[in-house]
Structures are given as C-alpha cells and as structure tokens.
Design a protein around this ligand. Structure first.
Ligand code: FES
Length: 290
C-alpha cells in the first residue's frame, strides 16, 4: 500500500501551522445529482498552482471562512492536473455554505492528506472498479489515472450504480467510459424511471452477475457503507482474496494528520493510515463500525 510519509503529507502545508489553509478560487461548479456539485478550483498562488501535486486516493480539507472545514476526496486525476476537483454533497453547515459560494469565490484548502491507491499492486493487473452513488468520486481519480496510463493495466471493468437515474454522478464520465472500447462499463440503478433504458439491480447483485475473474485482478470498491458490506462477500465468492480488495473509507475528519483522534476505526486512524485500505486490514471491524 502506498503510504506517503509525514513530510510528504505536510509538503504543501504552511511550515509553521499545519492548520493554515491555502486560498483557492472556484472556477466551475457542475451539478451532478440532487444536492451534489463538483467544484473545480485552483490555487490563488501561482507558484502553488504550478507545483502542487497529489496521488489518486488522497483527500483534502475545504473551508468556508467563518463557517468551518470539511473533508473531501480529490476526485480529479493527477494525470489531469491543471485544476483540482472535489464533489460536495450538501449534508451539513459547511457543505451548505460551500454550495452557496459561486464561481470566483474563495475557499480554504489544506492537503493533500492520507495515503493513496496502491499503484504498485495494480500494475499489470485487471482492475475491477465497483462504485455506488457519490462513492464514485474517489474511484474516478484512479479510473482516469488508469485510462491515461492504459498500457500499464489489463482489463478495466467498472460496475457503478445509484438508487435512481437522477442519483447517478459524473454522467459525462459514465458516457465517456461507456464509449471507450478498452473499458467494460456497466451502469445500474436500484429502480429506473420511465425514461431509464439501462440496467436495474443492486450493485453487489450486478457484480455477481458480471462475475469478473479474480485471476490477476484487483477490485477497488467505494460506495455507501451498506453497498460496501454486501460487495466484499460477493468478491470473496468470485475468488478475490482480502488482499486483492481495496476500498477507501470516509470518516468525519478534523486535523487530517493523525493528531485529533476524530477518525479512528478499530485501531486505525483513517486520515493517517488510510483512507485507502485493503479488506484484509479492515475486515475485522468493518461490519460493526462502518
Ligand atoms: S482527522 Fe484527526 S486524527 Fe484523523
């Protein structure tokens, strides 16, 4: 598992105060699904704009001045780094305040934090992405990374679903991956509407029907906790070992660097030891705590 060391995590933080955010400016906001918008933004500081880097799977803290800070995965890909993107689900005070900001407004940004997807484990393998709802956000960073480095990977399967057609996120990417002949894309919804011509069914069920081979494969899973819990047993049934299953956990975080203790799950801190984990690392406590 790629784990960036602490100096790496602090690389783009103010030297004397790790809680001091950088200023970023919103360049675009895309409405994804009810309550969810993808914010495209860039650093105000030109040097940082040129030098900032991150790895797929890392997260950041976005802040609205006078309101507070919240945690988001970076959903854009490091291979397309002229700006950064985070998907914001309107669920609390900070996310509501973010949604009240418009293009040109300034936000605070701290990061990148956490480890990243284990590229060394994935190279030369078949990749099976399994996502649900807004859980596609962290997978999307890695999917674009893999597509932009297509010769490093064998098959790419993407199984993605949401409760309804309206809840599907990143529809423009789904369309693009659906047209990509080097990608096997399956999109499903729990229940379609009158206009839905695609597949219906829960993600774990559709995964079982698609039955991707576990041979030389790594499965990367992210979605609502209930979807994750039902997906791991299906992958086990298909022959995936706990080491071949990767997920990224979302926990309410505060400091982002292992100091406040807000994000612990079992004996791990999601911000410091994750957010990317193998199922082998978390299987003993995922059903009770997540
Ligand atoms: S967010 Fe503070 S310890 Fe993880």
């Amino acid at each position: 598992m790629t784990v960036t060391d602490i100096s790496q995590r602090k690389r783009f933080l103010a030297e004397d105060n790790i809680y001091l955010p950088h200023i970023v400016v919103i360049e675009k906001i895309i409405d994804e699904s009810p309550g969810v918008g993808t914010f495209h933004f860039n650093f105000k500081d030109e040097k940082l704009r040129k030098e900032f880097s991150f790895e797929a799977g890392q997260f950041a803290e976005l802040s609205v001045f006078g309101v507070g800070e919240a945690t988001f995965c970076i959903t854009s890909s490091p291979t397309r780094s002229d700006h950064l993107e985070c998907a914001v689900n309107r669920v609390g005070a900070v996310t509501n305040a973010l949604h009240r900001l418009g293009v040109g407004a300034e936000m605070g940004f701290r990061g990148p934090f956490g480890n990243s997807f284990p590229l060394e484990l994935m190279e030369g393998k078949n990749l099976v992405f399994v996502g649900g709802g807004i859980g596609l956000a962290p997978l999307r960073s890695l999917i674009w990374y893999a597509i932009d480095n297509r010769d490093k990977y064998k098959n790419i399967d993407i199984i993605y679903g949401a409760r309804s057609p309206a809840d599907l996120s990143f529809k423009y990417d789904l369309e693009s991956w659906g047209k990509d002949k080097t990608v096997n894309m399956v999109t499903t919804v729990d229940k379609g509407d009158k206009s839905w011509k695609g597949r219906e069914g829960f993600v774990p069920t559709v995964l079982e029907q698609a039955a991707p081979s576990a041979k030389d494969a790594v499965a990367i899973v992210c979605g609502p906790p209930v979807m994750i819990r039902f997906t791991f047993p299906v992958l086990e049934k298909l022959g995936f070992t706990p080491e071949q299953m990767i997920t990224t956990l979302e926990k309410r975080m505060k400091c982002g660097v292992g100091k406040c203790g807000r994000c612990n799950i079992g004996n791990l801190y999601v911000c410091r030891d994750g957010p990317v984990f193998s199922y082998a690392q978390i299987k003993n406590f995922i059903s009770s705590e997540y």
